[in-house]
Ligand binder design. Sequence first.
Ligand code: SF4
Length: 121
Amino acid sequence: MMKNGGSRRLFLQKCLTVGTGASGIGMILAGCAGTKNTAMAGKPSPEKQGNPCEDLTGVDPVDIEKRKALGYVSLSPIPDKQCDSCKLWIPVKEGKDCGGCLLFTGPVSPEGHCTYWAPQV
Ligand code: SF4
């Protein structure tokens, strides 16, 4: 009788030990997964990293074509003719990285340029 009770107790202790260990590993793995997901949550996807003004997500395809037709680039080849010194420039709003342009919708880099660049007066 004592021998069976002792054996049962030993069996239950082993089950609890293994169960606790297994759930501990599960919690660690879940924690790692959660950490990874949390760390990635606020970051842009790899294709959106870099210049945020090049992210055209949600921009009307017609305006994307306008940008191309005007030769818009996010880094001006002419240093003193950048979007932020153009009269068609819409300044960057507080807390944002990109401005805009009166000719098309979508983000515009302050350092950008297109063939319609015109000096501010
Ligand atoms: S017209 Fe061209 S250069 Fe001027 S702000 Fe618009 S995109 Fe930039």
